[in-house]
Write a protein that binds this ligand. Sequence first.
Ligand code: NAD
Ligand code: UDP
Length: 319
Amino acid sequence: MRALVTGGAGFVGSHVCEALLAAGHEVVAVDSMISGTPSNVAGIARHPGFRLLRRDVSTGLSTSLVGEVDLVLHLACPASPADYLAHPLETLDVSSRGTRSALDVARACGARFVLASTSEVYGDPLVHPQREEYWGNVNPVGPRSVYDEGKRFAEALTAAVRRAEGVNTGIVRIFNTYGPRMRGHDGRVVPTFVRQALDGEPLTVAGDGSQTRSLCYVDDLVEGLLRFASTDDPGPVNLGNPEELTVRQIARDVIEATGSTSPLEQIDLPADDPKVRCPDISRARELLGWEPKVRWREGLQRTVAWFREARGAADEGAA
Ligand code: NAD
Ligand code: UDP
């Protein structure tokens, strides 16, 4: 099989490319590097089955550019609030025009298409945990809407192209995922706290830290995503780890895992910050026989180990 992975040099995308190559497939990754970096795929750059193209998918993709493919995984989109707030229009573009061009490649090739959507389509949810049937509670004009509404549009487009043009599309709704290769400065809670703890800086807890998130280790997410890609199911299917934690607890666990003496510091809660988030993964269990295997403390240890190693390598490079 030959797969196109948009956003393939991002955090999740780079792990997806690796997993596809390890399973014996060929991969063409397309990435604009707006929030990704070639160093994420440095380990597979010389693999004979791998190609990385630096392109903005919002300005169009074609089979003459990427070649024939059997699978399109559309992951391109800034995903950290810090990134999509810094690039609001690019975020809307990649979810609209970018999704359209990725869908066009799938149609031209007769390929399976999978959209990486998000738990953010549920907004600040009034139903807890979130099932796929829930339609969400999103502020359409708030600062986060570029991401939330962008993904809601991408879902609508994906579903419409399946109905109108018969493309074999599917939608996964990914809940907060963490692990190696997240950037220490990407603004998301786990890499931010780990970097702060390792630097001896205060851990910046937003609001009173009572808001919850459910954190999935990246290897589990990739396994669920690839299992879903091998079906013809339209989704949406939630992929996430139902182990729900308060942000304050996440901060405490990071302090413990790093052995840091950093204090916690309260910062302002961002606008429209969801108060709770936890996936109901019954559908993924039934359809894919999938559930996360890596418990939070274990995934956190692995992530801290990676951050330590990456910093060691950077220090050696500088010396
Ligand atoms: P990321 O920012 O690390 O990766 C996104 C990648 O897409 C980056 O490499 C970026 O450069 C690339 N990209 C963005 N716009 C592009 C464009 N116009 N053309 C080409 N490339 C473009 O984020 P991530 O965490 O790896 O997220 C990957 C996907 O998974 C995103 O679609 C995101 O919405 C979705 N998702 C992630 C999470 C999570 O917790 N990591 C949760 C829900 C959904
Ligand atoms: N958060 C925090 N401190 C930080 C970064 C994030 O307390 O330095 C909080 C954030 O306000 C939110 C939660 O952690 O309540 C998860 O934020 P993240 O940006 O990782 O993801 P999202 O809000 O998209 O779920």
